[in-house]
Each structure stands twice: as structure tokens, then as C-alpha cells.
Design a protein around this ligand. Structure first.
Ligand code: SF4
Length: 335
């Protein structure tokens, strides 16, 4: 077993609204080891971004409520920290990059100043030291003419350059963990590849862990050591990338993989999709959340939540099909 940097234990997060309580994250547990890249994948609304924002404690409380669970970072429960102590960790030991750098960067301030601010606040550097280090950070993220870029505003940058600037800000304090929430979704395909390569290079250089949130399995395959598949606020499958891609065991993961377009597909082949929609998280089903969409569902799936089963190596799946006494004769169509 490696060295655990982050441990999320039985986390439940809800949002209180006038219409009722949305149970956005429902009892998830996972860890991130030092130096590894863990991907969280799932469709919109599955709880992956709520998870990352919970780790950063960025959710507004209320309406958000941390109902249960712990988020241990180097053994310290982030959910129990005072905001003042959390501020010392956020942006310093754990940093985050978002999908749209234009909304994360301050449009009224020069890019250089925005990197310097992080260094002055967390590392207590003088302005002169911070300027020098900010320029080095722009150099680290392969920004051309870093000296000139220091004096420019975000609107003078292309989308790819803005994302590089965000990465420079996120890396400025040498965080132990970087959370990247759909970091390339808003970028052109060629720029996406450059940014992913940059993240990989930088991860090796500065020895940090990455938690990558995405709906794109191609990005997971390229970047990650391990993958966590989320559905309706729960983890349905997790394991090494190779384990999940070569032997997906959960019907939802299999559906996601079948939905990825392949180069060898003929134009006549229709793209596969998972029929139906995720359940209403105001009133999640008491059994398996994927029951209504699952072609392999059994009678038990509707009534009882599947327990997580180890299916080999580090590979785990929350599906009744993998229960050692799986009663195949009890399938839904036969019920
Ligand atoms: Fe399908 Fe049942 Fe497995 Fe859920 S527990 S994914 S319904 S087979």
C-alpha cells in the first residue's frame, strides 16, 4: 500500500432547497496516494464536482450541508477545520484548476500580479521575490516570453494560455495535491492535448498528486493511474485504469466505455448510448441507482443497495452481479 495523501471516508453532501433536499454525494470513500493521478469520471450531476469542491471546502454552507463523513488530508480532517486554517491549506497545499480559466482569473489584474498574490499571501515572499518566482512559474508552464506575459491581462491571452496561467497560479506554492476539474473541456482539441501533456510533465517535475475530474474517458486513459466511476452521487466502480478499461465490471462503466466513439467504427455504426436518465436525487432509489437503466438488473437490485465487492487486485465494483452468491436466476426479466 502506498502513502495516502487524501482519504475521503463515507462522505455525504446534500443541498437544502425549497423543493427539498438534493442528496448530491451519498457515502463515497476513496483515497489518493502521494504522487499518483486519480481520475473521477461520470456524467453531469453524478457528484464529481461536488466532491472536489467539498475537498476544497468551496461549497456555500448552507445551502450545502456536509451530512456525514471525513476528508482527511495528511490525516487532518478538512471538514473539521476552522475557515482560517482551511485558507492556509487552500491554494497552498491543495490547489484547483477549473474548466473555464476566464471566470477563474481576475480580468482586471495583470496575470503576473495574480500569480504574485498567491506567493505573497501563502509564502510571505517580498514583492521582488514573488515577481521572480511568478516569472519562473510561467516558464515552468511553457509560456512563451514569460517576462512580457507578466505584464499582460487575461483578455490578451488565448484560451490555452489562460489555462497555462491558471496552472501557474495553482502550482505557485508547490501544492501536494492539485484538483483539476474538467481542465480541458473548454479548449480546442489540439490545445487540450498540450495542456494534458503539460500537466503530466509538471506532475513529474514537482512530485504532486493530481485528482482529475472529467466526463472524458480518453483523458482518464491518457493521464491517470487509477479511476473512480461515479453515478448518482455514489462510486460504482474503482480500480487501476488498466483494470477498468480492460475488464469493466459494472454495467454503467461498460455502457460508458461502449459510448466512446472508436476510430475503427464504420460511419453506418450508430454510437452507443445508455438509455434513460439518472435518478432524481431529491428521492434516490433505495436499491441500485442504475436499476432503471440496467440491462442486467435482477430483482434484488431494485430493493437493496449493492455492496462494494472486490473483483480482483485493487478493482472494486458496487453491483450485485459480483456478489459471490449472485442469484442469476433472479434476473429482472424473470421476476
Ligand atoms: Fe445492474 Fe443490479 Fe448491478 Fe445495479 S446492482 S448495476 S441494477 S446488475
Amino acid at each position: 500500500m502506498g502513502d495516502k495523501l487524501l482519504e475521503v471516508q463515507n462522505l455525504h453532501v446534500s443541498f437544502k432547497t425549497y423543493a427539498g433536499e438534493i442528496k448530491a454525494v451519498r457515502g463515497i470513500s476513496f483515497d489518493v496516494e502521494k504522487g499518483e493521478c486519480v481520475g473521477i469520471v461520470g456524467e453531469s450531476g453524478c457528484g464529481k464536482s461536488v466532491t472536489s469542491q467539498s475537498i476544497m471546502r468551496l461549497l456555500k454552507v448552507p445551502p450545502a450541508v456536509y451530512k456525514q463523513g471525513k476528508i482527511l488530508f495528511e490525516g487532518k480532517d478538512l471538514l473539521a477545520l476552522k475557515e482560517k486554517d482551511m485558507r492556509a491549506i487552500r491554494g497552498n497545499q491543495i490547489s484547483m484548476i477549473f474548466q473555464d480559466p476566464m471566470t477563474s482569473l481576475n480580468p482586471t489584474q495583470k496575470v503576473g500580479k495574480q500569480i504574485m498574490e498567491v506567493l505573497v499571501e501563502h509564502k510571505k515572499l517580498s514583492k521582488k521575490q514573488a515577481y521572480k518566482q511568478a516569472e519562473q512559474m510561467l516558464n515552468l508552464v511553457a509560456m512563451s516570453e514569460p517576462h512580457k506575459r507578466m505584464e499582460q491581462y487575461p483578455h490578451e491571452f488565448s484560451g490555452g494560455m489562460r489555462q497555462r496561467a491558471m496552472i501557474a497560479i495553482a502550482l505557485a506554492c508547490h501544492p501536494k495535491l492539485m484538483i483539476a476539474d474538467e481542465p480541458t473541456t473548454a479548449l480546442d482539441v489540439t490545445v487540450q492535448a498540450q495542456i494534458l501533456e503539460l500537466l503530466q510533465e509538471v506532475q513529474k517535475k514537482v512530485d504532486m498528486s493530481i485528482m482529475l475530474i472529467t466526463h472524458d474517458l480518453g483523458v482518464i486513459a491518457k493521464m491517470c493511474d487509477r479511476v473512480i466511476v461515479m453515478y448518482a452521487g455514489q462510486i460504482v466502480e474503482q480500480g487501476l485504469v488498466q483494470e477498468i478499461f480492460e475488464h469493466p465490471t459494472h454495467p454503467y462503466t461498460r455502457g460508458l466505455l461502449k459510448a466512446v466513439p472508436r476510430m475503427d467504427m464504420s460511419r453506418k455504426n450508430a454510437l452507443n448510448s445508455i438509455v434513460g436518465t439518472p435518478p432524481d436525487l431529491f428521492a434516490p432509489p433505495k436499491g441500485c441507482a442504475f436499476y432503471a437503466r440496467c440491462e442486467e438488473a435482477m430483482k434484488i437490485c431494485e430493493e437493496h443497495m449493492p455492496v462494494i465487492q472486490e473483483v480482483g487486485g485493487t478493482h472494486k465494483s458496487a453491483c450485485w452481479l459480483h456478489h459471490p452468491m449472485c442469484p442469476i436466476k433472479n434476473r429482472k426479466e424473470e421476476a
